[in-house]
Design a protein around this ligand. Sequence first.
Ligand code: SF4
Length: 209
Amino acid sequence: MRRFPTLPRLAAAPPRAVEEAIRVGGLAGAKAKAILSALGRLNEERGGYTLDFLADMPLAEARAHLTSFPGVGVKTANVVLLFSFRREAFPVDTHVLRVAKRLGLVPQNATLARAALLVEPHVPAGEHAPLHLNMIRLGREICRPRNPRHDECPLLPVCPEGKRSVKPPMSMDGQVPRRGQDGRVPRRSGRPGAAKPGRRERPPGTPRP
Ligand code: SF4
């Protein structure tokens, strides 16, 4: 923003200068080219550097318009529509995709774009941003790619993958304990052979009554 304080200044900048300014984010060459090409097209087609016209377009049309720019996929388009235009678009990144697959919300072979379009219509109005942000957080902190923390997960009761993965410990008599309604295996109380509640233990050496 310091180097290119306005969009016309950015649009007129040499590609090398744009590339240099965004180098820290990686793939700077391709991104600089995509940014300058998008600005050039916007100016040519709309006579300015604004996307405000997207606000009044049907959602699918607005998304199709954005993804027609080189380098813009469904995830990026949905981020713009959700956070800049408050539209009911649902961005799916790798964390959201992993959580959605494990929860059985989308098929195992779903791509980011397919998963976004499958989940989006089922999200209640006004919940797209909170759901997106919470699924990212869950994916980073609990439903991690490796060693997911199923036992600490609030979604375990409704998660097929979590229930499959949490192996119930074998009891002393070789029985597999039943899961509770929350999908968790109840903790065993007391040590093996402990007296049942309500029954008094007889001190060692004392005769039976
Ligand atoms: S129960 Fe496990 S697999 Fe399911 S969402 Fe939670 S951490 Fe992920």
